[in-house]
Design a protein around this ligand. Structure first.
Ligand code: HPA
Length: 290
């Protein structure tokens, strides 16, 4: 029997059958169609509560209660799914607090499980957040950056292998990965809220070590404004499934070699937590407006 990998992958692929059984189990507890999937990255643990605090129908599920669903291993990533209809919004939201990264060893199909599960429950949109190192000279720690496009340097793609026809085509278009109409709405809301919203290209690298200064100079030459270790697999899976995407990075630090200090994960969590309220207000208004 032939295998595609010379060493077995530490985590098995999350296949269509497992996804369908997870969706079926969720549908026993949650019967309304989901419109939007929100994935929260490092340091944004309170944002879900802010958005769904007063939702009368709120349901909280630890990932461990969803069959076949992985468990995050990174500090600052909780592993809880919140479902509910945010006040002021006509539609239900699935908010995944805690994401899966390739550097944890997860298979790309597991990294995108929240997107595909949301799609099976009806979601048409993905809102995705992350922490990122700022490469653009105008970006300061604490800034929020609307992602206008990305560069995938992860060395993985969640669409590798047999195409899941249920979700989308073999060769999906990526020319507008981040919806221009959602970005326009976000800019408009930020302006109304007096919030400065930067905009730029997000480069995804494998991690888990931070970059060297030489790598940051290379990324700048390639056209990246910010760098992180996540988000791109979820965005690819969402576009494959025909979902509209809004991505927002919190610039948690100046990228390696551009600031005065060394990088550490606690600083990333602390800085993103300080921007959480502003991001929460933006997300709340976006949910109510579209
Ligand atoms: N590099 C990569 N990922 C990150 C960074 C960084 O500087 N900050 C937060 N996530």
């Amino acid at each position: 029997m032939s295998t595609k990998f010379s060493t077995p992958h530490p985590f098995p692929q999350l296949d269509e059958t497992a996804l369908l059984s997870a969706a079926e189990a969720l549908a026993q507890q949650w019967t309304k169609p989901i419109q939007t999937v929100l994935i929260l990255g490092s340091g944004f643990s309170q944002l879900a509560r802010q958005v769904l605090n007063n939702a009368p129908d709120r349901l909280v599920l630890p990932y461990g209660e969803i069959p076949h669903f992985p468990q995050p291993t990174v500090v600052g990533h909780q592993g809880t799914l919140l479902l509910g209809t945010p006040p002021g919004s006509p539609h239900a939201l699935a908010c995944f607090c805690g994401r899966f990264h390739l550097y944890e060893g997860w298979h790309a199909s597991q990294v995108v499980a929240p997107v595909r599960l949301g799609k099976l429950l009806g979601a048409e949109r993905l809102f995705v957040t992350n922490a990122a190192g700022g490469i653009h000279p105008d970006f300061q720690p604490g800034d929020l950056m609307l992602i206008s496009d990305h560069i995938n340097l992860l060395g993985h793609n969640p669409l590798s292998g047999t195409n899941l026809e249920r979700f989308g085509p073999r060769f999906p278009d990526m020319s507008e990965a981040y919806s221009s109409s959602l970005r326009q709405a976000a800019r408009h809301i930020a302006q109304q809220q007096g919030l400065v919203l930067k905009e730029g290209v997000y480069a995804a690298v494998a991690g888990p070590c931070y970059e060297t200064p030489a790598e940051i100079r290379m990324l700048k030459t390639l056209g990246a404004d910010a760098v992180g270790m996540s988000t791109v697999p979820e965005v690819i899976a969402a576009r494959h499934a025909g979902m509209e995407v809004l991505g927002i990075s919190c610039i948690s630090n100046k990228a390696a070699g551009l600031g005065d200090s060394q990088l550490n994960h606690q600083e990333v969590i602390d800085v993103t937590a300080r921007s959480e309220n502003a991001l929460g207000c933006l997300v709340q208004a976006m949910l109510a407006s579209v």
